[in-house]
Design a protein around this ligand. Sequence first.
Ligand SMILES: O=P(O)(O)OC[C@H]1O[C@H](O)[C@H](O)[C@@H](O)[C@@H]1O
Length: 295
Amino acid sequence: MPTMSSSNEQPRAFRPTGPCEFNGQPAVHLRSPGGAQATVLLHGGHVVSWIPAGAEEQLFLSPATAFGEGAAVRGGVPVIFPQFNLRGTLPVKHGFARNRAWTLDQAQVRGEHAFAVLRLEDDDATRAIWPHAFALELTVSVDAGRLDMELAVINRGDAPFECAAALHTYLGVGDVRRAQLEGLINRTYLDAVTDETREQWIDVVTVAQELDRIYWNAPDQLLLREPGRRLTIASQGFEDVVVWNPGPEKCATLPDMPADGWLGMLCVEAAQIGTPIHLHPGDEWAGMQTLILAS
Ligand SMILES: O=P(O)(O)OC[C@H]1O[C@H](O)[C@H](O)[C@@H](O)[C@@H]1O
């Protein structure tokens, strides 16, 4: 059941950097000295809002999403770990990181940035379905027109493990049918709708119906264009990019989306799927996605 906003929440326009509540859930708010803001739920280590300085909300968050224990929030930036979709042995789609309570390590303003570090470690419940000792560290930072999200995976155990990871970013758009994603030309992708491997022959990806693609070894910089907006989507460490929109028919079957919700979103996900992350005991892997709004 979706929970409603609690009336004693501080209006977002005045929230400083530090712990807060978002829709009744524990969260951390970031505010840079220049006025850029982001909000991250402790549940899932889930970025639910990013407002660059002097601009509007850039992320999509479904008005019908559930919040709270066990929920997978629809929108924002779900953290996908240790499995992407059902591509692996776990029975849980997209793994368990998005469904669990993370802890807040720190939230600070430093120079022009405001940043927070959140952490998730293995426990009895995670080891019951994935028998490895791990830590995830998510660092979220805002500065002017820029959002950086870095996900680190650490092997805390005494045996190697393999995993996948992704930052499943839901970008908000005015009308997805008028949005263009540029930069994927000549890349090979798996079309997950038809289960076929294809080549991207033109430079622009547009959405008119369900679109679900994993681009392998994607470039580290893409551009989202729509009327009045240019947003650069950069990544480091993540080799793949997933582009997803449910389209009208699939959207109508999603209980946590309004029927026309697909028009207002485009997922551009920084992902490590094709070549699994392989970590020896004590090793660490990190990947970053950066969003930059052109002024
Ligand atoms: O509904 P969810 O479990 O959040 O998954 C939402 C979507 O995530 C990714 O983008 C996958 O490529 C899609 O196949 C999936 O439908």
